[in-house]
Design a protein around this ligand. Structure first.
Ligand code: NI
Length: 178
């Protein structure tokens, strides 16, 4: 089991449009284990493959849930996710990102989405997500298209954040500035 290095702002892999997953089974299972490990290390609830340097359309989610007073984690892995329906209602949530340490941004997104995706074996599945799950799914799917939460900032706020972003980028060995 290997914890993979989390790529941070400034790393070009975070800006690529990721390629479809074509290989399922053991390799993807191992990647899931490694990504979950990396995500836990960073205290995240979701992670997309580009964040560990792999430009493929794959993401993992580990959402804390409570049912009948019992706390657990809802684990979800999605290959090639695609939004097929989304609500007109918009919900605003403060989001963070393991690739943008110490930055939180208010982001507007559809309140619920229906997503077609494939599981680790390549089976086709559909998920209707709302609440926090909808936020995480859409956030991680953005990563597959090279979109980061800073892209949602109005221009003025983005300018104000520039020096903070530059600091993150400079600390990153694989970064090429942005
Ligand atoms: Ni993120």
């Amino acid at each position: 089991m290997a914890e993979m290095q989390i790529r941070v702002y400034g790393d070009p892999v975070l800006r690529k449009v990721a390629e479809p997953v074509t290989e399922f089974g053991p390799k993807l299972e191992q990647l899931t284990v490694d990504m979950l490990q990396s995500m836990k290390g960073g205290d995240g609830i979701g992670l997309a493959a580009p964040q560990v340097g792999l430009s493929i359309r794959f993401l993992v989610i580990g959402l804390p849930v409570e049912e009948d007073g019992i706390e657990g984690i809802r684990l979800l892995t999605m290959a090639n996710p695609m939004i097929v329906e989304e609500s007109e209602e918009i919900a605003t949530c403060e989001e963070g990102c393991l690739s943008l340490p110490d930055i939180n941004i208010m982001v507007d997104r559809p309140e619920w989405v229906t997503v077609d995706y494939q599981d680790l074996q390549g089976n086709n599945l559909t998920l209707k997500a709302d609440g926090m799950l909808a936020v995480v799914v859409q956030h991680e799917m953005d990563h597959l298209d090279g979109v980061l939460i800073t892209d949602y900032l109005p221009a003025l706020k983005r300018t104000m954040m520039r020096s903070k972003l530059r600091r993150i980028s400079e600390q990153n060995p694989t970064s090429t500035q942005e």
